[in-house]
Design a protein. Structure first.
Length: 122
């Protein structure tokens, strides 16, 4: 993984994802709320998506693919992708039920609005 902080992101998402309840309504383009995710892949990283997700050959924690979400997404991504310049891969590494790049693919790093520092953790 590339960093340990969380990012607030507002990528352009499909209205279909919002309408299926994967995203709440909010202020981002497409009328949904920003997501808080961790950047786990950056430019030139190799991302493999199978039964789980690997970055440069390393399995990520809690990266299983949720079959119910995958069935309703309209993604047509390959089993692997080399991230382009300016692209990032976002994921939650603490829950396999997160709606993240497993289902919508890489996004532009320019959509990162802010970095989030935890105030209290346990």
């Amino acid at each position: 993984m590339h960093d340990e902080h969380l990012d607030s992101v507002a990528p352009r998402m499909s209205i279909a994802a919002r309408d299926r309840g994967m995203l709440a309504r909010g202020r981002c383009a497409g009328d949904y709320v920003p997501m808080i995710k961790q950047v786990v892949g950056v430019e030139d990283d190799l991302v493999e998506v199978g039964g789980n997700v690997k970055i440069n050959g390393t399995d990520l924690a809690s990266s299983e693919i949720n079959a119910d979400v995958a069935k309703t997404s309209r993604l047509s991504q390959p089993n692997w992708i080399r991230l382009d310049k300016g692209s990032v891969w976002l994921m939650s590494t603490y829950t396999p039920r997160s709606f993240d790049s497993r289902y919508f693919g890489a996004i532009s790093a320019a959509t990162i609005e802010s970095f989030i520092e935890p105030v209290f953790t346990w």
